[in-house]
Design a protein around this ligand. Structure first.
Ligand code: CMX
Length: 465
């Protein structure tokens, strides 16, 4: 009998967190290094907990819906359950209750490194527990083992024209890898719905493992003359393999990538990429199709593409104004942007009302490792000037910088100057959060998502207008 089956059966019988093993009687869950086994222990408990909660509180009213919310992008409307992270407007994101500085402290690092390994963040998102070093090592190893991509995907990527945006290539490749979907295969074979999460888990692990290779092929095809990516090294962590495949040798770039891939992973459930992945998954589209849909949303300039937009905007600013610029010159440039009916990229947020902690930790990285970089200095100067202009402009509810205001400047410092590629990095990271959520969506049996829409005529009638 497989360990998974033993675990599933024994979760009902055993005291919390202790499980029998074949050899030594009882074993603590924290000693397990196979994530799927740990989930198999947690899933039935969560299912029971939510069942009891809904039985007792299922009809409790938790908010009201105003007409403006229907026209205003559903801001503030509580309408989704997402377990992996929660976004506080003032404090920013917490991953399973842990802030970014806390994650930087408690999650395992690479030997000699200071930034968290994204593998650890993934374990945390999936389980709610801070992983041990061995658990993180097991994820690195498993992703390295699962990293190879089908040859038809390589062929397809190698034949895309250079003018196809990297995000379109990324999304198309994810869809094309769907030929290997274990979820779709299991569904077609008629498996019981109580096992859906296990197949969603397999696809999610495969997909996350393969994304760096796909992303690296896109990068090398577009910007490095189509040179081959190096093979995966099973002794390296996920980020180190990624930077090696991209062709970067600087260890600090790899450290940056570990931080980058950790902090871009998840931002609760209502943002476009997370919500889209969840929505498409609710139709039981497999994780490849669901995640590709989420990536198409991330590619929008008001969402993930803003990291590309920021660096293009800052580069234009430098071209127009030169190296050293005064605050007054910056103000004028920002006003020109606003008066020509464009947004200031990297500023504002649908939920946040303070500076994004994802911006702050990137700023701290810059202060530590590249304090004299001219572009960093400009980004810091913009932080002093943009909020006041946006406040004077009087429209944006949040004048403070978001994650995208800072990421590009760090990447260009280490030589990654290809701005139109930046959102692909965001996408590789976002997989960690939205796929962890997708596994839980299937584990909790969340149904097809289908909110009620109304016509303006119907709404007017409803409110007696
Ligand atoms: N520059 C100019 N105007 C802005 C603005 C900005 N940075 N942020 C908001 N506004 C405007 C909005 O366009 C809106 O104008 P209209 O009333 O004319 O439509 C008004 O202020 C009110 O918007 P809001 O309620 O403050 O913000 P929203 O929730 O509607 O939008 C966001 C949020 C992020 C789309 C918006 O702040 C924006 O466009 N920012 C710039 C793009 C950006 O950085 N996006 C990345 C967000 C993070 C991410 O997902 O990666």
């Amino acid at each position: 009998m497989s360990l998974l089956r033993v675990l599933s059966r024994n979760t009902i019988l055993q005291a919390k967190n202790f499980l029998p093993t074949a050899s030594c009687g009882v074993r603590n869950v924290s000693e397990l290094t196979n994530l799927k086994d740990v989930l198999a222990d947690k899933v039935p408990k969560e299912q029971e907990d939510i069942k009891a909660f809904r039985k007792n509180y299922g009809t409790k009213v938790i908010g009201e819906i105003q007409v403006d919310m229907l026209y205003g992008g559903m801001r503030g409307m509580k309408g989704l359950v997402t377990e992996t992270s929660v976004l506080d407007p003032d404090e920013g994101i917490r991953f399973r209750g842990y802030s970014i500085p806390e994650c930087q402290k408690v999650l395992p690092h690479a030997p000699g490194g200071e930034e968290p390994l994204p593998e650890g963040l993934f374990w945390l998102l999936m389980t709610g527990d801070v992983p041990t070093e061995n658990q993180v090592k097991a994820i690195s190893k498993e992703w390295a083992d699962r990293a190879s991509i089908p040859s038809h995907v390589v062929h397809m990527l190698n034949n895309f024209p250079n003018n196809l945006h990297p995000m379109s290539q990324f999304s198309a490749a994810i869809c094309a890898m769907q030929s290997d979907s274990k979820f779709a295969k299991a569904y077609a074979e008629g498996v019981h719905k109580s096992t859906y999460w296990e197949h969603a888990y397999e696809d999610s692990m495969d997909l996350i493992a393969k994304l760096p290779t796909v992303a690296a092929i896109i990068y090398r095809n577009l910007y490095r003359g189509g040179s081959n990516v190096c093979p995966i090294n099973v002794d390296l962590d996920w980020s180190a393999n990624f930077t090696a495949m991209l062709g970067y040798e600087d260890n600090m770039f790899t450290e940056l990538m570990r931080l980058y891939l950790t902090i871009h992973s998840d931002h609760e459930g209502g943002n476009v990429s997370a919500h889209t992945t969840h929505l498409v998954g609710s139709a039981l589209s497999d994780p490849y199709l669901s995640f590709a849909a989420g990536m198409n949303g991330l590619a929008g300039p008001l969402h993930g593409l803003a990291n590309q937009e920021v660096l293009m905007w800052v580069t234009k600013l430098q071209e127009q104004l030169g190296g050293e610029v005064s605050n007054d010159q910056l103000k004028e440039f920002i006003w020109n942007t606003l008066q020509s009916g464009q947004v200031v990229p990297g500023y504002g947020h649908a939920v946040l009302r303070k500076t994004d902690p994802r911006y702050m930790c990137q700023r701290e990285f810059a202060l530590k490792h590249l304090p004299t970089d001219p572009m960093f200095k400009l980004v810091a100067q913009l932080h002093d000037v943009v909020p006041d202009v946006l406040l004077e402009h009087g429209k944006a509810k949040n004048p403070w910088p978001n994650v995208d205001a800072h990421s590009g400047v760090l990447l260009q410092h280490y030589g990654m100057t290809e701005m139109s590629y930046y959102t692909v990095l965001f996408g590789v990271s976002r997989a960690l959060g939205v796929l962890a959520s997708l596994v839980w969506d299937r584990a909790l049996g969340l149904p097809l998502e289908r909110p009620k829409s109304m016509s303006t005529k119907g709404l007017k009638k409803l409110v007696g207008a």
